[in-house]
Design a protein around this ligand. Structure first.
Ligand code: ADP
Ligand code: ADP
Length: 224
């Protein structure tokens, strides 16, 4: 499993050059994309997730040409966007069942099985029938991971997932993510160095739209 990004460029209509010749090779495991606010992380994440087109450049995931075959990429993608809003008046079970349906898991018993397994995995089983409006920040993020994992994605993108979590919630979230990284490509964007050093086997530093350094966290630290 491999994501290859080549010479990606994006300039917004206000003239901000958000991506400048970004090239990266990302293999199985947890990959950390570290950069300050405004560095271009969300632009890159949204572009990989096919929510936004680049001006130029290519993205491949295994045999999928992402620019030409966005539908194929979406079939194998799990995405937790930076601003992940939940409908406050539905329960976790209800919303996950609905999302599973939209993701094309048509068989009702298969849907129920996957949803229940995920609720256990993200440690929301006890609150599965509570309305999402009553969830804490950490619970919402764990719900966000559950919805991203529906349908057994091969590529998982999580954009700034630990922003706003307290240390205990952050640790729970780390434990959850580190299990997931074993069999998939996971890209984690963050401005928190500790997220990357705790979780990631590979990383890149992005600044002002450019990849500044890439390698293992140790390589990158040695180069700084
Ligand atoms: P594109 O160049 O891809 O067409 P636009 O520049 O038209 O994108 O902006 C898309 C949307 O994002 C617009 O609604 C715009 O108001 C909004 N937007 C503008 N500046 C920013 C910013 N700095 N951060 C986030 N969104 C912004
Ligand atoms: P990060 O996720 O690292 O904070 P972004 O990708 O959100 O970075 O933003 C990169 C740059 O592009 C910033 O200067 C931001 O203000 C600008 N930007 C982001 N989205 C838009 C948009 N839709 N329209 C115009 N400018 C944008």
């Amino acid at each position: 499993m491999n994501l290859t990004i080549e010479n990606l460029n994006k300039t917004y209509s206000n003239g901000v050059q958000a991506l400048k010749n970004v090239s990266l090779t990302i293999n199985k495991g947890m990959f950390g994309l570290l950069g300050q606010n405004g560095a271009g992380k969300s632009t890159l994440m949204r572009t990989i997730a096919t929510l936004q087109d680049p001006d130029s450049g290519t993205i491949r995931f295994d045999d999928i040409d992402v620019g030409r075959q966005p539908d194929k990429l979406r079939e194998v993608l799990g995405y937790l966007p930076q601003e992940f809003g939940v409908y406050p008046t539905v329960t976790a079970t209800e919303l996950l069942m609905h999302i599973a349906d939209m993701k094309g898991i048509v068989n009702a018993s298969e849907r129920k099985m996957q949803v229940e397994a995920l609720l256990e995995k993200v440690n929301l089983w006890d609150v599965r029938n509570k309305k999402l409006g009553g969830y804490s920040g950490g619970m919402k993020q764990r719900f966000g991971i559950a919805q991203a994992l529906l349908g057994e994605p091969k590529l998982i993108i999580v954009d700034e997932p630990t922003a706003g979590l307290d240390p205990m919630e952050r640790n729970r979230f780390y434990n959850l993510l580190s299990e997931i990284g074993e069999n998939t490509v996971v890209i984690l964007s963050t401005h928190i160095v500790e997220d990357v050093s705790t979780l990631c086997s590979q990383m890149a530093i992005i600044g002002k739209g450019e990849v500044l350094l890439t390698g293992t966290p140790d390589d990158v630290e040695a180069a700084l």
